[in-house]
Design a binder for this molecule. Structure first.
Ligand code: NAP
Length: 349
C-alpha cells in the first residue's frame, strides 16, 4: 500500500488512440475525401485575395503542388514572395515561365532561397540569413511536406525519421528561429499546412522518432503522427504567446486547448481552418494538453533549442493585441483542394 509520503501514482501513459478516436479519425478522413467538394461548393474558386502590396511571404516547398500555386497567387496579389526550396534551379525555371506569361514586362517580385528541411543545419542557415538581412517577415507558410507512401523507414542526416523531420521538426525550428523577423513584420502570420490525417495519428512521446521498434512503422503512421505533432506543438506556441500577454491567459489556456469552440465571426489567435474555410476543432488527441507539452519539450530538445526560445526570440514582456482577425489571405487555398491549416498570429508588443 502506498504511504502518505509516497508520490502520487503516475498517470498511465496513453499507448495509442482509443478505438472511438480511431474510428472518428477515419470517419473524418473518409467524409472529407468524399464530400469536400460538395461541402465547399459555396466558396469562390479561386478565392480572391486582398491586395498584399508591401507584404513579404516565405513559402516553403514552392516548386510543386500547393506551394507552387500559393507562391504564384501571392505574387499576383502584390506580395514579395520568397520561394524557400531545396531545388533553386527548378524554382528559377518556374519564375522564368511565369515571367514569360506576363503581358507586361515588370519583373516578378519573387526571390529564391535554398532550404532543405532534411537538414536542420540548412534550416538554421536559412533563418540566420533572413534574420541578418533585418527585413520584416509578414507571413511564413510551412507548406513543404512529404508522404512517402509504401517506402521503408528512412532517417535524415540529423538522425530523425524523415516524415517527422520534414513535416514537423524542421518547420518548427524554422518558425521559432524566424520569430524575430516575424515580430518585425507584425501583425504577421505563421501558416502550417496540416492535414485531416492528423486525426488518425498518434504521437508516442517515448518514441517520437520511431526507433524503439515497439510500433511497426508505416508511411501512414509516420505521416499522420508528424501532422499531429505539428498541431500539438503549434498549440503550445500559441499558448506561450497568450501566456506572455497576462494572467487572463490562464483562462485562455483552457479555452483553447480544451473547450475552444470558435464562433464563426471570431477568428482566434490559433485557428485550425477546415476545407470550408472556417475554424474548427482538430481531433480530440490534438487537444491532449499533457502530450502537447511533452511534444513541445521533446521537439525543442530534438532541434536543439532552449525551452524559453519564444520569450528569448521575441523579448516580450507583454502581448498587446490578444485576439487577431485572420484575414482572407489563406482563403484562396481552397482553389487547390487543400484541406487544413493551422495559423499562429504573431503580434509584437
Ligand atoms: N495534396 C494533398 O491532398 C494534401 C492534403 C492535405 C495536406 N497536404 C499537405 O500540403 C503540403 C503540400 O502538399 P503537396 O501535395 O503540394 O505536395 P508536393 O506537390 O509533393 O510538394 C511538396 C513540396 O515540398 C517540397 N519538399 C519536400 N521535401 C523537402 C525538403 N526536404 N526540403 C524542402 N522542401 C521539400 C517539395 O520539393 P521538391 O519539388 O524539391 O521535391 C515540393 O516543393 C504538404 O505539407 C502536405 O502534407 C496535402
Amino acid at each position: 500500500m502506498a504511504s502518505a509520503s509516497s508520490p502520487p501514482p503516475k498517470k498511465q501513459e496513453k499507448k495509442d488512440l482509443g478505438w472511438m478516436e480511431w474510428f472518428k479519425g477515419w470517419y473524418d478522413l473518409i467524409f472529407e475525401a468524399c464530400f469536400q467538394k460538395i461541402m465547399s461548393r459555396h466558396l469562390h474558386n479561386p478565392l480572391p485575395l486582398p491586395p498584399l502590396d508591401g507584404k513579404t511571404c516565405i513559402v516553403t516547398g514552392s516548386t510543386s503542388g500547393i506551394g507552387l500555386e500559393m507562391a504564384r497567387q501571392l505574387e499576383e496579389s502584390g506580395a514579395h514572395v520568397i520561394m524557400a526550396v531545396r531545388n533553386p534551379i527548378a524554382a528559377n525555371e518556374l519564375i522564368q515561365k511565369w515571367q514569360n506569361r506576363r503581358t507586361d514586362s515588370a519583373p516578378l517580385n519573387i526571390d529564391v532561397m535554398e532550404l532543405d528541411l532534411l537538414s536542420l543545419e540548412s534550416v538554421t542557415r536559412f533563418s540566420e540569413l533572413w534574420n541578418s538581412s533585418g527585413k520584416p517577415l509578414n507571413v511564413l507558410i510551412n507548406n513543404a511536406g512529404i508522404f512517402s507512401i509504401g517506402e521503408p523507414q528512412k532517417f535524415s542526416r540529423d538522425g530523425y525519421e524523415r516524415h517527422m523531420q520534414v513535416n514537423h521538426l524542421a518547420p518548427a525550428l524554422l518558425s521559432l528561429l524566424l520569430l524575430p523577423s516575424l515580430k518585425r513584420g507584425a501583425p504577421s502570420r505563421i501558416i502550417n499546412v496540416n492535414s485531416v490525417m492528423h486525426a488518425i495519428g498518434f504521437v508516442d512521446t517515448s518514441d517520437m522518432n520511431f526507433t524503439s521498434g515497439n510500433r511497426k512503422l508505416t508511411s501512414l503512421k509516420a505521416y499522420s503522427s508528424s501532422k499531429l505533432a505539428q498541431l500539438m506543438f503549434c498549440r503550445k506556441v500559441c499558448l506561450l504567446m497568450l501566456l506572455l500577454k497576462d494572467r487572463e491567459a490562464q483562462f485562455l489556456q483552457l479555452l483553447i486547448l480544451k473547450s475552444w469552440k470558435p464562433k464563426s465571426e471570431e477568428w482566434p489567435v490559433c485557428a485550425y481552418i477546415s476545407y470550408k474555410c472556417r475554424p474548427m476543432n482538430p481531433s480530440k488527441e490534438a487537444h491532449n494538453v499533457n502530450t502537447s507539452h511533452i511534444v513541445w519539450e521533446k521537439t525543442l530538445d530534438m532541434v536543439g533549442l532552449p525551452s524559453n526560445i519564444v520569450e528569448m526570440s521575441l523579448q516580450w514582456k507583454r502581448f498587446d493585441n490578444g485576439l487577431l482577425s485572420v484575414d482572407e489571405m489563406m482563403l484562396f487555398y481552397l482553389d487547390l483542394d487543400l484541406k487544413y491549416y493551422v495559423t499562429i498570429s504573431v503580434e509584437a508588443a
